[in-house]
Design a protein around this ligand. Structure first.
Ligand SMILES: NC(=O)c1ccc[n+]([C@@H]2O[C@H](COP(=O)([O-])OP(=O)(O)OC[C@H]3O[C@@H](n4cnc5c(N)ncnc54)[C@H](OP(=O)(O)O)[C@@H]3O)[C@@H](O)[C@H]2O)c1
Length: 261
């Protein structure tokens, strides 16, 4: 076992607990987002293999190229999670890119970092907003974990989902988003029960790393930042650190790790 945090000349995330070997295959869902990109980089930098999925083929192509580390092309699957066949599409793409063999599945672990952050002012809230947001944040990700549960179990794998602190402390104009994040939070905890002890399922519940409206509005930024006890937004690196830690946390399942709340 190598113990040691980052230090001069030492790579970040060099610590590896005894039960987790290097070179795991991790599916990153929402891989082209601001957090998805950082998570995929963190995984590759510590020697894991990633498979990326999101909607935009150009962003995926670029990212796959940027993550090559002399270990060959990084596979990716384009899928829009609002589409009813998205889960089948991702599983098929995954099987084609990384065929199961020697008793190992196509994927060992999954990180769920997908979905939009739609502003839905209360007076304009529509059924479509709720259905669409629930589908992308909760229905499709839960079905994807369900579809890949056998692969994960073979690897004693883990799922980490990115949750939102707003589910316990809601904010305005986001009923659809917060409802969807609440659904996936509960769904993932229920999956932790269904899949134990072979697969662990945990959640990182985030405060704010980036708020699309705050960039142009310093007052809003200040107001939002002071909601967190640490008085600031988080960074993608701080999220990556906790996601990797939870992937490695072999004695944790059904847990919610709050961050910057
Ligand atoms: N950033 C924060 O401050 C914050 C705070 C709390 C929680 N979170 C949670 O953290 C996660 C990542 O956040 P982020 O800021 O990185 O988000 P982001 O930058 O908006 O990225 C979202 C990702 O989801 C994908 N996506 C969106 N709609 C999709 C669809 N219909 N089908 C398939 N993929 C879709 C996007 O792919 P395309 O590029 O192809 O559209 C992108 O890869 C989210 O679950 C969010 O709720 C973030």
């Amino acid at each position: 076992m190598t113990v040691g945090g980052p230090g001069p000349g030492k790579p970040l995330y060099s610590y590896r607990p005894p039960a987790r070997e290097a070179g795991r295959r991790v599916l990153v869902v929402g891989a082209t987002g601001r957090l998805g990109v950082a998570i995929a980089e963190g995984l590759v930098n510590r020697g894991d293999d990633v498979v990326l999925t999101a909607r935009d083929p150009n962003k995926l192509e670029q990212m796959a190229a940027s993550l090559e580390r002399g270990r060959g092309r990084v596979p990716f699957v384009c899928a829009d999670l609002t589409h009813r066949d998205a889960v089948e599409r991702i599983v098929e793409g995954l099987r084609a890119a990384v065929p199961p063999k020697d008793g190992r599945g196509s994927v060992d672990d999954i990180v769920l970092a997908c979905g939009p952050f739609p502003r839905t002012p209360f007076e304009d809230l529509r059924r479509e907003d709720l259905e669409r947001t629930l589908t992308v944040h909760a229905v499709a990700p839960l079905l994807l974990v369900h579809a890949l549960a056998g692969d994960l179990a073979k690897a004693r794998g883990a799922v980490v989902g990115l949750g939102d602190a707003g589910t316990t402390r809601p904010f305005e104009h986001h009923v659809a988003y917060l409802t969807a994040k609440g659904a996936v939070r509960t769904g993932l905890r229920a999956l932790a029960v269904e899949l134990a002890p072979d697969v662990r399922v945990n959640i990182v519940e985030l405060g704010i790393v980036a708020d699309p409206e705050a960039d142009a509005d310093p007052l809003r930024q200040h107001r939002l930042a002071t909601r967190s006890q640490l008085g600031r937004f988080g960074t993608a690196e701080e999220v990556v650190h906790v996601v990797l830690s939870l992937l490695d946390a072999t004695w944790a399942t059904g847990e919610i790790w709050g961050l910057g709340r």
